[in-house]
Design a protein around this ligand. Structure first.
Ligand SMILES: *[C@@H]1O[C@H](CO)[C@@H](O)[C@H](O)[C@H]1NC(C)=O
Ligand SMILES: *[C@@H]1O[C@H](CO)[C@@H](O)[C@H](O)[C@H]1NC(C)=O
Ligand SMILES: *[C@@H]1O[C@H](CO)[C@@H](O)[C@H](O)[C@H]1NC(C)=O
Ligand SMILES: *[C@@H]1O[C@H](CO)[C@@H](O)[C@H](O)[C@H]1NC(C)=O
Ligand SMILES: *[C@@H]1O[C@H](CO)[C@@H](O)[C@H](O)[C@H]1NC(C)=O
Ligand SMILES: *[C@@H]1O[C@H](CO)[C@@H](O)[C@H](O)[C@H]1NC(C)=O
Ligand SMILES: *[C@@H]1O[C@H](CO)[C@@H](O)[C@H](O)[C@H]1NC(C)=O
Ligand SMILES: *[C@@H]1O[C@H](CO)[C@@H](O)[C@H](O)[C@H]1NC(C)=O
Ligand SMILES: *[C@@H]1O[C@H](CO)[C@@H](O)[C@H](O)[C@H]1NC(C)=O
Length: 476
């Protein structure tokens, strides 16, 4: 017995569920690492000759300070404090048991000279730089094989001065792939918190082959038309928590990745156990929450909830292609508000973009058990554009309690769904989804739908309607 929901019903259900989940659920991967660590030893960057005038290049000072702090690693670690000022620098590398702490008026500024960002090896799961063959520029702040690293501050700023890099990208004069602001490789026990990241040349925060990562209370900003300025990209990483962030950039706000085509398939390092919650933001060309397109090592066990996306191209997006192999499975996205979003939900089986001609076109991705529930969208132009791969249906796409209204309130049919090569279930979705999702969610839904825990019939409709209004207020 299928029935479609009225707007009010969905709002009521959404409010009740939202309230329950935000109040009671402590996300698994957010629990353990929440507390900051205090370090017994602290130095200030000025002790190493740094000058915070925005002009002096301080790369050596950062390198020397961090080299000096090596000797405290086995004594509880140390803190490097960056006081108020404008600290111009090229790339520098962190060490284990280190806290990099910024004053609220400290700004670490990336040099505009590309030679201050050395060329490093490509990642093994990518086989080459993401945008150009060969190596890539090292990120502004880098670390490999580390444990127990904290990058924090009272909302201090890390500024990549990305505009020159975007111009080089736009006029095709780059020699190597652009750098990130922060990249931590093969590291464990990471906290990035209480900071603002602005104008990254490329993706802003990139933990790759990492575990036990907490990214909390950060702001990531870049112009909406800046190229590939993703916010946070967990890549082949596990046990990651991303909470309480505001992200406004040119590309995906949060995107989970796991390597590229034949390189990602053979490296075989998945992204798993990822919790994302209370994220607000807007993106020029990307999505609020995205998966791929590099997903060849697999992506699974991802929960995202409490997401508010406004003025954006896409809300939720899965990107893949023949040649990727890998999987995206056991994904649960709930409590989402979208406002002024072009395409609310997009699943794309033919994204393209391959590292070289050696990818295997028969390596088809497995996309299944994707649950999306409790979603309200207003001023949406396309509700869903769900395109699997011919001969490789994307399956067990489960949608419930979703109401999307269109650009013009006079059109009663609402925004359209367009589907091909997908199969799934839906319950109380408005407007009515495409026929490929038209099956009712079965009784034993957990067999097909990931974590579809709450039976809607059992909800208490009398509880007060609260909480979603909070997400409708855009931050200043
Ligand atoms: C972030 O700031 C809050 C509030 O000042 C503080 O409680 C928390 O410990 C900080 N996080 C870290 C890792 O320093
Ligand atoms: C990154 O940082 C580490 C130190 O953590 C350093 O040894 C390494 O050379 C840097 N570059 C790369 C590509 O890892
Ligand atoms: C990190 O560890 C890997 C594997 O153990 C090793 O190959 C690599 O050289 C190390 N990198 C650095 C920068 O220490
Ligand atoms: C977030 O960071 C700001 C600025 O550092 C701080 O005032 C605020 O208390 C932090 N919030 C939390 C929840 O840690
Ligand atoms: C941190 O600074 C950014 C940029 O100045 C600002 O937009 C944001 O609201 C601040 N965050 C907090 C928690 O104070
Ligand atoms: C490309 O952009 C850079 C940075 O703005 C500029 O210096 C350079 O002259 C441009 N090159 C071309 C060919 O337009
Ligand atoms: C993911 O979480 C589950 C449940 O907590 C745990 O058993 C598993 O080891 C985790 N996976 C990884 C790769 O850490
Ligand atoms: C709908 O969203 C578009 C951009 O996404 C915006 O230009 C337009 O003003 C919005 N319409 C209303 C009625 O808010
Ligand atoms: C693929 O899904 C469609 C519904 O979208 C279904 O009709 C078709 O039988 C499925 N194909 C396979 C091979 O399962």
């Amino acid at each position: 017995m299928r029935r479609s929901a009225t707007f009010l019903e969905v709002l009521l259900i959404l409010a009740v569920i939202s309230e329950a989940s935000w109040a009671n659920k402590e996300h698994l991967h957010c629990k353990r690492t929440r507390k900051g660590v205090s370090r017994p030893h602290s130095v200030t960057i000025t002790e190493f000759g740094a000058v915070g005038d925005g002009v002096t290049l301080n790369t050596k000072a950062f390198q020397n300070a961090i080299f000096y702090l090596h000797s405290f690693a086995d004594k509880g670690g140390a803190q490097l404090f960056v006081p108020a000022g404008r600290w111009l620098t090229g790339s520098f590398s962190l060490i284990s048991h280190l806290t990099l702490s910024l004053d609220k008026d400290a700004v670490i500024i990336g040099s505009k000279n590309p030679s201050d960002w050395p060329i490093i090896e490509p990642l093994p799961s990518y086989g080459r730089g993401r945008e150009l063959p060969g190596g890539r520029h090292q990120s502004l702040i880098n670390g490999s094989n580390l444990t127990d690293v904290i990058i924090t501050g009272c909302n201090g700023t890390i500024d990549g001065q990305g505009s020159v890099w975007w111009e080089w990208f736009n006029n095709h004069t780059l020699d190597y792939t652009r750098p990130h602001l922060v990249e931590l490789i093969n590291s464990n026990g990471l906290i990035i918190s209480n900071l603002t990241f602005v104008n990254s040349p490329f993706w802003a925060i990139h933990p790759v082959y990492c575990s036990q990562v907490l990214i909390h209370n950060v702001t990531v900003l870049a112009p909406l038309d800046s190229p590939n300025t993703d916010g946070i990209d967990p890549d082949s990483s596990s046990n990651v928590c991303i909470e309480d962030c505001y992200i406004s950039t040119g590309d995906d706000l949060i995107v989970i990745k796991s390597g590229w085509d034949e390189y990602g398939i053979s490296f075989a390092h998945p992204s798993t156990n990822i919790s994302i919650r209370q994220i607000t933001g807007q993106t020029g060309s990307g999505a609020g929450i995205a998966f791929g397109s590099e997903m060849s090592g697999g992506i699974s066990e991802v929960q995202a909830e409490g997401i508010y996306i406004f003025n954006s191209k896409h809300g939720i997006r899965i990107k893949t292609s023949p040649g990727r192999g890998g999987y995206v499975t056991n994904i649960h996205i709930s409590d989402v508000i979208m406002k002024d979003v072009d395409i609310a939900i997009r699943i794309e089986g033919n994204y393209g973009e391959h590292p070289d001609d050696n990818y295997d076109p028969n390596a088809l991705p497995f996309i299944s058990r994707i649950t999306m529930k409790d979603i309200v969208g207003t001023n949406i132009s396309l509700a869903g554009l769900l395109e699997g791969i011919p001969g490789d249906n994307f399956s067990n796409i489960c949608m419930s309690n979703i109401i999307l209204s269109g650009r013009s309130s006079s059109s009663s049919s609402g925004p359209a769904w367009k589907c091909s090569d997908v199969e799934g279930y839906s319950y109380m979705v408005s407007p009515e989804p495409c026929e490929q999702l038209n099956q009712d969610i079965p009784e034993d839904h957990s067999r097909v739908c990931y974590l579809y825990e709450v039976s809607l019939q059992q909800q208490h409709y009398s509880e007060p309607v609260i909480s979603i209004a909070n997400w409708l207020v855009a931050p200043e």
